[in-house]
Design a protein around this ligand. Sequence first.
Ligand code: IMP
Ligand code: MG
Length: 178
Amino acid sequence: MNTTDYRSHIGRIIITQEEINARISEVGKQLSAEYSGKPLLLISVLNGAFVFMADLCRSLTIPCEIGFMCAKSYCGTESTGSVEITMDVSQDISKFHVIIVEDIIDTGRTLSVLSRMLRDRQPLSFKIITLLDKPSRRVVDLKPDIALFTIPDLFIIGYGLDFNGCYRNLPYISEYIQ
Ligand code: IMP
Ligand code: MG
């Protein structure tokens, strides 16, 4: 893609870098107090959540381990309806308080499959944190414990979120223009 085409798909900014940083800092304080003295494992769902994970884990003032999973559920802008786990965490999660760190909950399909799988391994506790929540698109019954931002039904890019693999490196969250 050339630079002009690349730019022409970036719409208005929905959430600025400053707004993201401010919310992460609040949540970081809250989690640092809540999990102080407890073995904590943050599990990120790749690829989309890698930027959020990097900032969220650095907002914590307590020790924690980091794990990664990979789940595929999207092609272009439409959910395929199926979820494939292509990479699993290496830790024995029964020894940890687990927080799933997700970029966005849309239909909820991906996270409902992942949560069921992880809960079956009996972590000490289990929480879901998502940067973004699109509740109007939900097709399964799934609520995050913490959503940093609730957004309307828009396809968005940036801060880890992609359109066909591109735009993850934008430092803010924008609407994607077809
Ligand atoms: P689900 O529909 O809740 O299963 O969402 C699955 C995945 O789709 C999310 O983790 C994102 O990676 C991706 N996704 C959902 N909505 C958007 C969007 O607006 N922009 C980019 N990726 C999205
Ligand atoms: Mg994701």
